[in-house]
Ligand binder design. Structure first.
Ligand code: GLC
Length: 532
C-alpha cells in the first residue's frame, strides 16, 4: 500500500490524460468510449495513476474532435450516455481515483444553439454572446487577426451581415467573455459538472478568453519561418493575456472553491513571467495548476532542461505547486521529439521532479506518432497544413497483439501504429525491464518516498555538461537523481552530496545495491535515482 503524504490530492497525484476517442472501444464502432475507459480502469490503477484528465466528451459535431461543443451538459452519443458517465465516475471514485474533465469556454461549435440564435439577427437575446463586427467602410474584415490555422480569424455571416471572430477554426466562434451573461452561463456549466461530482476541470485556452476591445492589429511574428506552423505567423499581442483575464481566472476559482477539494488546470501558452501570474500571485486564488508546456517545447539538452526547471522553481509564488508534462494531444509524442533512447530519462525526470506529473496516454508503452492517410485527415490544423496533423499523436492505445492493437474489433477511426511488436501493454506488463515496468516502478517509488512527493528541489552542479542532477529532500530523506542526456558514458564525482548511495532505480532496470558517489559511471542514456 502506497504511503500518501499530506498536501492536496492534486499535489500528490499522478495524472494521466485519456483521449477518449482512442483509449478503448467497447462497442466496436471504431471510436473509443466511456464504457471502454471504464473497462480499462484496472490497468490505470495497476499502473499507479491517481487522477484521469479526460479530453472533451460533450456533444459536438467533432469538427475539432470535441473542442467544438454544441451542448455543454450532454455526453456525445459517440462516447456513450450520461448514465455511462455517472457509472465511470462512480467506478473511478470507488477506486480512490479522481476525474478531471476538459472544459472549453473560449468558443462553442457553430452548431451550438447559442450561436444559431446569435447569428439570426442583430437584436436577438444572444446577439452579443459572440464577437460580431461590421465590415470596415471599405467592406473589409474588421482587422488583420489570424486564426490558429493561419487564415483570417474573421468569417462573414450572410444571415447577420457581419463578421464573427474565431481565433481557432471557423466552426468555433469565440464567445464574448465581456458579456456578463456569457460568463454566468459558462460558470453554470462548471457548476453542472462539479455538482455531478467531477474532481476538477481543465480549462481549454483560458489565456485567450479576452480580446482587445479596440481590435488593434497584431504584428507579424519575427521568429516565423517559411514552412513553420501556419498559425504562428502573427504574434497574438491583442488576442491573448488581455487586461481583465485574471479577474476571470479568479471568478472561475471562486466557482470551484464553493465545492470541496476540486482542482482547476488551465491551458496557458505564455512566456514564464506571464504564465506564472495565472497562479494568482501571493493570494494563489486563480488556477491551481497552470499546465506547464515547458518540457514539451524544450530543446532536449541537459543545461536547457535544468534551466527550465530552475527558472520555473524560482518564479513560482510562495506556496504555488508546479506541474510537469512530456506530452498532450496537441504535440508530437515525446518519443518522436527526443528519440527513443532518451525516453526513459525523460520519464525519470517527469516522475522525480517537484510537482504534479501529467502523463499522456500511451507514452508509458513508448507509443510513437502515426501517419494519417490523406483520406482520413480531419484535424482542422491539418486541413490547412497536412504536415501538422494532430491525429498522428492521437492514435489508438495499443493494448495487445490482436488486430488494431486490441483497441477495437472494427476498423478504428485512425489506424493503430506499432513499429515493433513489443509496443503494447500485454507485451510490456510482465517484462521485467520494459518501459511500462519502469514507469510503474518509478510511480511506486514516488508514492513511497516523501522526498519525491513533497520534498524540496535543488539542482546539483556536476562537471559533465550532458548530465542534469538534482536533489529532492525532506527533513528525513534525500533522493538524488542523475540523468545522462546523451548516448555516451559519463563519469562523475558526486561525493559533495554523500559518500555512498543506494540505487532506487536505474532506467536500465539492471542496477541495485550501493554505489560510491565519488566515481559514478552512468551508462549512455541512463538515469539513476539514488537514496543518499
Ligand atoms: C486547445 C486544445 C486543442 C484545440 C483548441 C481549440 O488548444 O488543446 O486541441 O484544438 O484548444 O479548442
Amino acid at each position: 500500500m502506497a504511503i500518501r503524504n499530506h498536501g492536496a490530492w492534486w499535489q500528490t497525484s499522478i495524472f494521466y490524460q485519456v483521449y477518449p476517442r482512442s483509449f478503448y472501444d467497447s462497442n466496436n464502432d471504431g471510436v473509443g468510449d466511456l464504457q471502454g475507459i471504464r473497462q480499462k480502469l484496472d490497468y490505470l490503477q495497476w499502473l499507479g495513476i491517481d487522477a484521469i484528465w479526460l479530453s472533451p466528451i460533450c456533444k459536438s459535431p467533432m469538427a475539432d474532435f470535441g473542442y467544438d461543443v454544441s451542448d455543454y451538459t450532454c455526453v456525445d452519443p459517440i462516447f456513450g450516455t450520461m448514465e455511462d458517465f455517472d457509472a465511470l465516475l462512480e467506478d473511478i471514485h470507488q477506486r480512490g481515483m479522481k476525474l478531471v474533465l476538459d472544459f472549453v469556454p473560449n468558443h462553442t461549435s457553430s452548431e451550438h444553439p447559442w450561436f444559431q440564435e446569435s447569428r439570426s439577427s442583430r437584436t436577438n437575446a444572444k446577439s452579443d454572446w459572440y464577437i460580431w463586427r461590421d465590415p470596415t467602410p471599405e467592406g473589409k474584415r474588421p482587422n488583420n487577426w489570424e486564426s490558429f490555422i493561419g487564415d483570417s480569424a474573421w468569417d462573414y455571416d450572410e444571415q447577420r451581415g457581419q463578421y464573427y471572430l474565431h481565433i481557432f477554426y471557423d466552426k468555433q466562434p469565440d464567445l464574448n467573455w465581456r458579456n456578463p451573461e456569457v460568463r454566468a452561463a459558462l460558470y453554470d456549466v462548471m457548476r453542472y459538472w462539479l455538482d455531478r461530482g467531477v474532481d476538477g476541470l481543465r480549462i481549454d485556452a483560458i489565456w485567450m478568453l479576452l480580446k482587445d476591445p479596440q481590435l488593434h492589429d497584431d504584428p507579424p511574428n519575427p521568429a516565423w519561418q517559411e514552412g513553420g506552423f501556419p498559425g504562428d505567423q502573427q504574434l497574438r499581442s491583442h488576442m491573448e493575456d488581455q487586461p481583465g483575464i485574471h479577474d476571470i481566472a479568479r471568478e472561475m476559482r471562486a466557482v470551484a472553491d464553493a465545492y470541496q477539494d476540486r482542482v482547476l488546470i488551465g491551458e496557458i501558452h505564455l512566456p514564464l513571467d506571464r504564465f506564472i501570474r495565472y497562479y494568482g500571485g501571493a493570494a494563489l486564488d486563480e488556477i491551481h495548476l497552470p499546465f506547464n508546456f515547458a518540457l514539451i517545447t524544450a530543446q532536449w539538452k541537459a543545461p536547457e532542461v535544468r534551466q527550465i526547471v530552475d527558472q520555473y522553481e524560482a518564479a513560482l509564488p510562495r506556496g504555488a505547486w508546479p506541474d510537469w508534462a512530456l506530452g498532450c494531444h496537441d504535440y508530437v509524442r515525446v518519443r518522436n521529439r527526443i528519440g527513443r533512447e532518451q525516453e526513459r530519462v525523460a520519464h525519470m525526470l517527469l516522475l522525480t521532479l517537484r510537482g504534479t506529473p501529467i502523463c499522456y496516454y500511451g507514452d508509458e508503452i513508448e507509443m510513437c506518432d502515426g501517419e494519417v492517410p490523406p483520406q482520413k485527415v480531419r484535424d482542422p490544423e491539418a486541413i490547412a497544413a497536412p504536415r501538422f496533423d494532430r491525429g498522428a499523436y492521437r492514435t489508438p492505445m495499443q493494448w495487445n497483439s490482436e488486430p488494431n492493437a486490441g483497441f477495437s474489433r472494427q476498423t478504428p477511426w485512425l489506424a493503430a501504429v506499432k513499429d515493433s511488436d513489443g509496443d503494447d501493454v500485454a507485451a510490456q506488463c510482465d517484462h521485467p525491464a520494459s518501459h511500462l515496468t519502469m514507469i510503474r516502478r518509478l510511480i511506486q517509488i514516488r508514492s513511497n518516498h516523501p522526498a519525491l512527493r513533497s520534498g524540496t528541489y535543488q539542482a546539483v552542479d556536476t562537471s559533465c555538461t550532458d548530465v542534469f542532477a538534482y536533489l529532492r529532500e525532506t527533513d528525513e530523506q534525500r533522493v538524488l537523481v542523475v540523468l545522462n542526456f546523451v548516448g555516451t558514458q559519463q563519469h562523475l564525482d558526486l561525493s559533495q552530496v554523500s559518500q555512498y548511495a543506494r540505487v532506487l532505480c536505474s532506467t536500465t532496470m539492471q542496477r541495485d545495491g550501493e554505489i560510491a558517489l565519488n566515481q559514478v559511471a552512468l551508462e549512455p542514456n541512463e538515469g539513476l535515482m539514488l537514496l543518499v
